[in-house]
Design a protein around this ligand. Structure first.
Ligand code: PAF
Length: 294
């Protein structure tokens, strides 16, 4: 596995591969890799001939300095996992490489995608995500970029940016990978204490109870959201950040859920911010994403 830390080296590698007729697939990450990331790597290997994984804890997308400082960094273990998975190249730029002195340009998607859920809860977060992903796409020049469905709002924002800026890259979305007990895999899970880990299950459980209620005929968004609140709020140290029912098309909050609507929630569990969502009784997400024009 090749390892690049500079933009020039990474770009030279990508261009050489593409000139030789091999397609390049990028999996952007912030490291602290887990099986969810590795499922994206496996998907990337199916989509092209060369897989590049970037590892960069992007300071621009953290709205709180303490959250950035606490973000887990496990580079040696990450590199070992990527090498074992047969990744071709890893790109690990330093902060000064991507944001040198005088850096002053940002990419911002505006409108309904960025006025609710994580965007409202974390001001500036998606501007940071869009900016770094735009830069990574320019540096790596992949044919395909792979993202996880767990960060649904992020996927939609990145797809919109790619469409609007005419970037020549295909977005592929990998399904959320869950622990055996239902908790979606996340680098942040490592920061949970044993009791926090148990409390965190209230999030997928609440969503699943809401989904069951939906399948049994409940359509009022408040009634569906109540299942999530009820599960979460019985625990000390758990705070609901947001809970909403969203139509994928137009990304609007809806009072009445339909098949395919998204129930999304975020909660702080002993100070660790976790997100999760489900698609209420609907079609596979990729179908809905295509229908939504992403
Ligand atoms: O999902 C993530 O890990 C990050 O938001 C991303 C896409 C790598 C950008 O920093």
């Amino acid at each position: 596995m090749q390892h690049f830390a500079t933009i020039a080296e990474q770009r030279r590698y990508s261009r050489e591969e593409r000139r030789s007729g091999r397609s390049v697939v990028l999996v952007p990450t912030m490291g602290a890799l887990h099986d969810g990331h590795m499922s994206l790597v496996a998907l990337a290997k199916e989509k092209g001939q060369r897989v590049v994984v970037s590892i960069f804890v992007n300071p621009l997308q953290f709205d709180r300095p303490d959250d950035l400082a606490a973000y887990p960094q496990t580079l040696a273990a990450d590199l070992a996992m990527l090498a074992a998975a047969g990744v071709d190249a890893v790109f690990t730029p330093a902060v000064g490489e991507l944001y040198p002195q005088g850096f002053a340009t940002f990419v911002e998607v505006v409108g309904p995608l960025t006025d609710k859920l994580c965007a409202a809860a974390r001001p500036g977060h998606f501007r940071g995500v869009a900016t770094v992903v735009c830069k990574l796409l320019h540096i790596v020049e992949p044919d395909v970029a792979v993202f996880g469905e767990k960060d649904l709002q992020q996927v939609l924002i990145i797809s919109t940016m790619i469409r609007d800026l005419d970037l020549p890259v295909e977005v592929v979305v990998g399904p959320t990978v869950r622990e055996a007990d239902g908790l979606p895999m996340s680098s942040r899970n490592r920061r949970l204490t044993a009791s926090g880990r148990t409390k965190a299950l209230a999030l997928p459980r609440g969503l699943e109870l809401a989904n069951q209620a939906f399948k049994a005929g409940t359509r009022a968004s408040v009634a569906l959201m109540e299942h999530v609140y009820n599960e979460l709020l019985i625990h000390d140290g758990v705070e609901v950040d947001y809970c909403d029912v969203i139509a994928l098309k137009g990304f609007a909050e809806v009072e009445t859920a339909e098949a395919g609507s998204i129930l999304a929630a975020a909660a702080f569990v002993d100070g660790v911010r976790l997100i999760d969502h489900i698609q209420l009784g609907g079609p596979a997400l990729q179908v809905a994403l295509d229908e939504a024009g992403h």
